[in-house]
Design a protein around this ligand. Structure first.
Ligand code: F6P
Ligand code: MN
Length: 332
């Protein structure tokens, strides 16, 4: 079953939303080609510019952003977009009709782009929110909705195969790009994250900057069978959130990019509206859980489109354990 037929016949989403998701998926297959062709098309290396987060942009960050925008801006029900690679939101004038208030799209066009030069896995992440019913002009405030309000979210993974993983609030379905037919085909219906796991994922080099509950959790994992968990754990770090979340969807695990004191100005490393929220929606729809440590990520009221947030997500029993450790620190 192809993605358009899935959207119409299985997910049963409104036609406008289906058109928007298909446009995002179309952009993702074009980004996959841009990534694959980068070395031949002179699109490798740095763009010699910075995004709003002060991160050096790769040429492919810029190219992917342009591909996404040009693909979705034609969709008649899209009223605005926000991107990791754009300083401010972009309002789309045509996107409103009397019977459909339309949608807002938030995305990270190329996540994990530090992996590009090593031919590692990268991806795209997106979130769809409903636009306001009122006749008001779209502004930044309309994008500041908590993650529980997401209509749809997903990611594309550019790995050994290109995949598109999607939730519209009815579980999580995974599609693989078939280069022969040029279509995304449903290959991973109704993905479920195993509840328990013995695999964790964190950038260990930041250990000295973490809060005590995260230190305790990792210390106990690393202690293995001789420690309080009475089990040996495995660790993975790909430095690409899309790849990390995908691994967790397929075989379980826990991913942490927690708050740290390395840069006390920042609440975390990852961005709430177009990284943490869509990934949390996917993970929770697959039976997993997501938290900052202190609160469910999707209940956080964003105050900026580019806001950062601590992220802990994955197999339910491990996330619950981390929530418990954070609670115990608070009460002592
Ligand atoms: O978007 C941020 C990101 O690239 C994530 O995909 C990834 O999890 C993280 O940064 C990698 O961080 P670090 O550089 O600390 O390994
Ligand atoms: Mn990113």
């Amino acid at each position: 079953m192809t993605l358009p037929s899935f959207l119409a016949n299985v997910a049963g989403v409104p036609a406008g939303l289906a058109t928007l998701v298909e446009a995002v998926a179309g952009a993702c297959s074009a980004i996959a080609t841009a990534v694959e062709r980068g070395v031949f098309d002179g699109a490798c290396g740095n763009a010699h510019s910075e995004n709003i987060h002060g991160e050096a942009q790769k040429k492919l960050d810029v190219v992917s952003n342009e591909i996404m925008i040009s693909s979705v801006e034609q969709v008649s029900c899209l009223r605005g977009l926000a991107s990791e690679e754009l300083d401010s939101i972009q309002v789309i004038q045509h996107g409103r009709s009397a019977d459909n208030p339309g949608y807002l799209l938030l995305f990270d066009p190329l996540d994990g782009s530090s992996n590009l030069e090593i031919n590692g896995i990268v991806g795209s992440i997106f979130s769809v929110l409903a636009a306001p019913e009122s006749g008001a002009e779209i502004d930044q405030s309309h994008f500041l909705q908590p993650g529980v309000k997401q209509v749809c979210a997903g990611y594309a993974l550019y790995g050994a195969t290109t995949m598109f993983v999607l939730t519209t609030g009815q579980g999580v379905d995974g599609f693989t790009f078939d280069g022969k037919s040029g279509a995304f085909v449903l290959t991973h219906p109704q993905i479920r994250i195993p509840e328990s796991t013995r695999e964790f994922s964190i950038n260990m080099s930041n250990e000295r900057f973490w809060d005590e509950p995260v230190r305790r959790y990792v210390r106990e994992c690393v202690a293995g069978a001789a420690g309080p968990r009475h089990a040996n754990f495995n660790m993975r770090w790909i430095a690409s959130m899309v790849a990390e979340v995908h691994r967790i969807l397929i075989r379980g695990g826990i991913f942490l990019y927690p708050r740290d004191s390395k840069n006390s100005q920042l609440a975390g490393r990852l961005r709430l509206t177009y990284e943490a929220n869509p990934m949390s929606f996917i993970v929770e729809q697959a039976g997993g859980m997501s938290t900052t440590g202190g609160a469910p990520i999707m209940e956080i009221q964003p105050d900026q489109v580019h806001q950062r947030i601590p992220v802990i997500l994955g197999s339910k029993l491990e996330v619950e354990r981390l929530i418990q450790y954070h609670g115990e620190t608070l009460t002592h």
